[in-house]
Design a protein around this ligand. Structure first.
Ligand SMILES: Cc1cc2nc3c(=O)[nH]c(=O)nc-3n(C[C@H](O)[C@H](O)[C@H](O)COP(=O)(O)O)c2cc1C
Length: 196
């Protein structure tokens, strides 16, 4: 491909992988403010249905990050089920939590009644776009991460100042310094065909 900006984006897409094995630090030269800048830009710019701006995100690190995952682990009965939240608590540097604002969705449903069923789905689509873009960007910054879905449990572990009552939780991007490279990944044959 001759367009190097496009090639850079595609390389970042290819390099985004699930990395569970993390250490609780940031790579040299990266600060938590760089992470915030990336997530803030993505939440602002990722498109939303009717430009409703439904995406919300919170970044936790330090004690709030540990409290979140402690709360999740303590809400799960089995030792096997606690394993991932405990590893997030002890091995990761932080977590980006993705939400969508329910009032934004409800307002759009009221305004465009014939699309009412579509708006929660659209909010989920846009959140997915933000999640993938953040995951890709953090990995391009030299971080490693994995995506979790303890959506029914995370609100109890948030700092008190976070008013997430009117938000729907979508995912948690756990990040830190990669301890090992991503493992092997298998792919299906899945050609995209041009018909002309
Ligand atoms: C929508 C979505 C949901 C996922 N949910 C989880 C999850 O809850 N827990 C988890 O450990 N990994 C989760 N993953 C990670 C996938 O298992 C992983 O992306 C997939 O196996 C491909 O591997 P890769 O990320 O290294 O490319 C999720 C990924 C996506 C895209």
């Amino acid at each position: 491909m001759s367009n190097s900006a496009a090639e850079t984006i595609l390389n970042a897409v290819v390099n985004r992988r699930t990395i569970y094995s993390l250490t609780p630090e940031l790579p040299a030269g990266v600060t938590i403010f760089d992470v915030k800048h990336a997530v803030q830009t993505i939440v602002k710019e990722i498109p939303t249905a009717f430009n409703g701006q439904s995406n919300r995100a919170v970044i936790l690190t330090g004690a709030p990050h540990k409290k979140l995952w402690d709360t999740v682990a303590n809400s799960i009965g089995s030792d096997a089920g606690k394993k991932r939240p405990i590893s997030a608590r002890d091995e990761a540097y932080g977590t980006v939590l993705f939400f969508t604002d329910d009032k934004t969705t409800a307002d759009l449903q009221a305004q465009f009644a014939s699309f009412a069923d579509a708006f929660p789905v659209f909010a989920t689509h846009s959140s997915g776009g933000a999640q993938m873009m953040a995951w890709t960007t953090l990995e391009a910054m030299g971080l490693g991460g994995h995506l979790q879905h303890y959506n029914g449990l995370v609100k109890n572990g948030l700092p008190e100042e976070v008013n997430a009552e009117g938000w729907t939780a979508h995912s948690q991007l756990v990040f830190g310094k990669p301890a090992v490279p991503a493992g092997e990944k298998t792919y299906i044959e899945n050609d995209v065909t041009i018909y002309n």
